[in-house]
Unconditional design. Structure first.
Length: 524
């Protein structure tokens, strides 16, 4: 086995603590230093602690109990952060709701997660959430629009709750309590809610912050939405554990992002390859105005090279993970040579284990075990048993290899899931939507390459006898019925699937179908 680097030997497992205790520590340590710049709002560490304290008391007044689920449906705003911290302080569980959901997806999430209290914006990204919620059968005890007077009224109600009740609630919180339920697409037709703990998320953020070299004086820009665990753990909580100031915007727009980084003198940044490529291609991009020194990216070697060279991110690190692991599994260290960081191979965090499932081979399914693995999927015991085996190993559904030094390299997806601009897409979920079309008898969906988004959905469909449908008609039919990233970009009407990779058990071999699509659409 190759020699392991000295910096790795010096790392220790993260401390066990709750979000409330960490917030108290940082507010005491950094006081009037800026903690958050989001959507035009600036909050110091002391102000963030005080505002979340009042919001926590307001949640108690609203009737939210320890273990209760609150949903947050809005962009990256100060209110989102305040609510997340407030819920954690009283032992409640935050359920981030994807702001790109359509009505059926939102209804499923509210019901499956058992959300009784929802905080939302009435309209965001041209989606009328207020109207959408009116069409969903009532199941909420309270829905509060934070962009109306309801928000101020909600906060004001907190004054009636004695501080001692908040302190009592905080005292009951434990590191192994569930902090957040992260919905992630899987092999079922709808997303599954991964239950992530205080220790799992905070420990993951603490380790990631050390790997990228985050410091209290840093100003960390992250475009990742808070409804993603990359937006909570690897953005918000990385800043919280390191004492850095988090810079973000309600939604990612390249020009706005660049303007913010220029004005706020951002020193760290993170994102996937699509985000970085959109920034680099924007007409406002100006290397001379950037102050970046590092951060992390989920990208291949060539894109890593471009980011480092064109954005000046000398300390850029490589990240791989999945929601069920809170999410980071491995991350390279800023202390390693860049050729190691760009290679895609990195060590797991201390106290975490990774191995390859295929016995006797260096490449196979990645398995993960340790403190950052989820408690399980909310209210889906059978799905949990499929994901985490009796020995505690999380089966990621991803392919990887481990080198002689113990570095893990992600090499592909074992599952059918593909990523569109950083969003996980389950083929079965899109297929279920297609099967709702009156003209379609059978549909299969795969991901195909796209220069901007990495991958996009491609659908092959068989029509019912006598039915007529053009590919573009189907694409237009899908767009208002699902999140934009799930709508097929390519559609092919076929008479049968036998020649496209049908097995003897009448299952389509998606790998063969994808190969066919690459040739048919000239994407190879």
């Amino acid at each position: 086995m190759s020699e392991r680097p000295g910096w790795l030997a010096e790392e220790t497992p993260p401390p066990r603590r709750t979000l409330a205790s960490l917030l108290h520590e940082q507010a005491a340590a950094h006081g009037e230093a800026e903690a958050l710049v989001a959507g035009g709002t600036r909050l110091t560490w002391r102000a963030l602690e005080e505002r979340s304290r009042l919001a926590a008391r307001a949640l108690i007044a609203l009737g939210v109990k320890r273990g209760g689920h609150i949903g947050i449906l809005m962009g990256n705003t100060a209110e989102w952060v305040v609510l997340f911290l407030a819920a954690a302080r009283i032992g409640a569980v935050t359920v981030p709701v994807n702001t790109r959901f359509k009505k059926s997806e939102l209804e499923y999430c509210l019901g499956q997660a058992g959300i009784r209290y929802l905080f939302y914006v009435e309209r965001f990204l041209n989606i009328d959430f207020a109207a959408m919620l009116r069409e969903i059968p009532a199941r909420l005890e309270s829905g509060i629009a934070v962009d109306t007077v309801q928000w101020n009224s909600f906060l004001h109600s907190g004054h009636a709750v004695p501080v001692v009740r908040l302190l009592e609630a905080e005292a009951l919180s434990k590191p192994d309590d569930v902090l957040l339920i992260q919905y992630t697409s899987g092999t079922t037709s709808f997303p599954k809610g991964a239950q992530l703990t205080h220790h799992g998320m905070l420990g993951n953020a603490y380790c990631a912050a050390r790997r990228i070299g985050a410091r209290a004086e840093d100003r960390y820009y992250s475009p990742r939405p808070f409804y993603h665990v990359a937006g909570t753990t690897l953005s918000l909580l990385v800043a919280l554990t390191s004492g850095a100031c988090l810079l973000t915007t309600p939604a990612f727009a390249p020009g706005e992002a660049l303007a913010l980084m220029y004005a706020e003198r951002a020193t760290l940044m993170s994102g996937n390859d699509t985000i970085f490529q959109m920034l680099l291609a924007h007409p406002d991009f100006n290397r001379a105005r950037l102050q970046l020194r590092g951060g992390w990216a989920a990208a291949g070697p060539e894109v890593m090279d471009r980011i480092r060279t064109l954005m000046g991110m000398e300390g850029l690190c490589l990240a791989y993970g999945l929601s069920e692991a809170s999410p980071n599994v491995v991350m390279s260290s800023w202390q390693e040579p860049f050729d190691v960081r760009r290679s895609g191979a990195a060590f797991p965090h201390p106290g975490m284990e990774v191995r390859i499932a295929t016995s006797g081979e260096m490449r196979g399914e990645i398995l993960v075990r340790g403190w950052s693995v989820m408690k399980g999927y909310w209210n889906l015991p059978e799905e949990t048993a499929k994901a985490i085996d009796a020995e505690g190993w999380l089966h990621t559904g991803d392919l990887g290899a481990i080198d002689d030094a113990g570095r893990l390299r992600f090499t592909g997806r074992l599952k059918d899931i593909f990523r569109v601009g950083g969003e996980n897409v389950s083929p079965l979920e899109v297929e279920e939507l297609l099967h709702a079309h009156p003209a379609i008898a059978f549909a299969q969906v795969i991901g195909v390459p796209d220069a901007r988004l990495g991958e996009v959905p491609c659908a092959y469909v068989m029509l019912k006898s006598g039915a007529a449908l053009e590919p573009q008609e189907l694409i237009e039919w899908c767009r208002p019925r699902c999140a934009g990233f799930k709508a097929p970009r390519y559609v092919k009407i076929v008479a049968e699937f036998d020649s496209l990779g049908m097995t003897g058990s009448s299952k389509v071999q998606k790998a063969k179908l994808r190969e066919h699509a690459l040739r048919e659409f000239g994407l190879g």
